[in-house]
Design a binder for this molecule. Structure first.
Ligand SMILES: Cc1ncc(CO)c(N)n1
Length: 221
């Protein structure tokens, strides 16, 4: 079995837990509260800024254009396309996207963003790919399951969000998985262990990110 398949198998329960989280159920049922949507977008906007920086740092570790292009297209996707699901939430919440930008990160998003940037700074290229993979992989999984379970049409308030993530083309994901597997073949057991730990930690943090939005988590003091 490939290394990425092993990771996916080990994370199966975490993927399922994300799907069953009430925030995702709220997207499916279309009954999330305005403050939950607003909190999510405020946090995700800043989280995605950190993700762009992490990908840029990863690109600096590449020694060929094919790999550079992988990170370049990942950054382009965040900058140019991922604004659509945010706009969907803003429209339902009745707020301007621009109003939700520049807020400080709540504890969970703060931890996730900083953890990802730290691994991208200090880790190998393989570790940087491993820490960033649950982000697209869980959203694709959750989006596809939402489409299967709710079969939303354009009258669904979160139609754009669900179809955006659930019908993402997979070539970039697959290229990242192939690259991860290629690097894993050459990695030491210690490095593979770190890749595994980063991957699992990011899966847990994806779950916690939904939880943070659902509970409108703030700093307690
Ligand atoms: C926290 C988080 N994880 C994954 C995605 C999907 O790219 C996102 N927008 N936000």
């Amino acid at each position: 079995m490939t290394f990425s398949n092993q990771l996916r198998e080990e994370a199966e329960e975490l993927f399922q837990a994300c799907y069953h989280h009430p925030f995702i159920k709220g997207i499916g049922k279309g009954d999330l509260k305005k403050e939950q949507l607003i909190h999510y977008v405020k946090q995700d906007y800043e989280y995605l800024n950190a993700m762009i920086r992490a990908r840029a740092l990863s690109m600096a570790k590449c020694d060929n254009r094919e790999d550079m292009e992988l990170f370049n297209s990942g950054i382009g996707f965040i900058l140019n396309s991922e604004i659509h699901p945010h706009h969907c939430f803003c429209r339902v919440a009745g707020v301007d996207y621009e109003e939700l930008q520049g807020y400080p990160l709540a504890p969970t998003a703060h931890h996730y963003a900083n953890y990802m940037e730290k691994v991208a700074h200090e880790g190998t290229l393989a570790e940087a790919i491993a820490v960033a993979l649950p982000c697209p992989w869980i959203y694709l999984y959750v989006g596809k399951r939402l489409i299967e379970e709710y079969n939303p049409d354009e009258s669904h308030p979160f139609y754009e969000w669900i179809t955006f993530y659930g019908s993402q083309e997979e070539p970039r994901m697959n290229r990242s998985l192939e690259k991860l597997d290629e690097l894993a073949e050459r990695a030491s057991e210690e490095e593979k262990q770190r890749m595994r730990e980063h991957f699992m930690a990011s899966c847990k943090l994806e779950y916690m990110f939904f939880d943070m939005a659902y509970k409108v988590e703030e700093w307690p003091v």
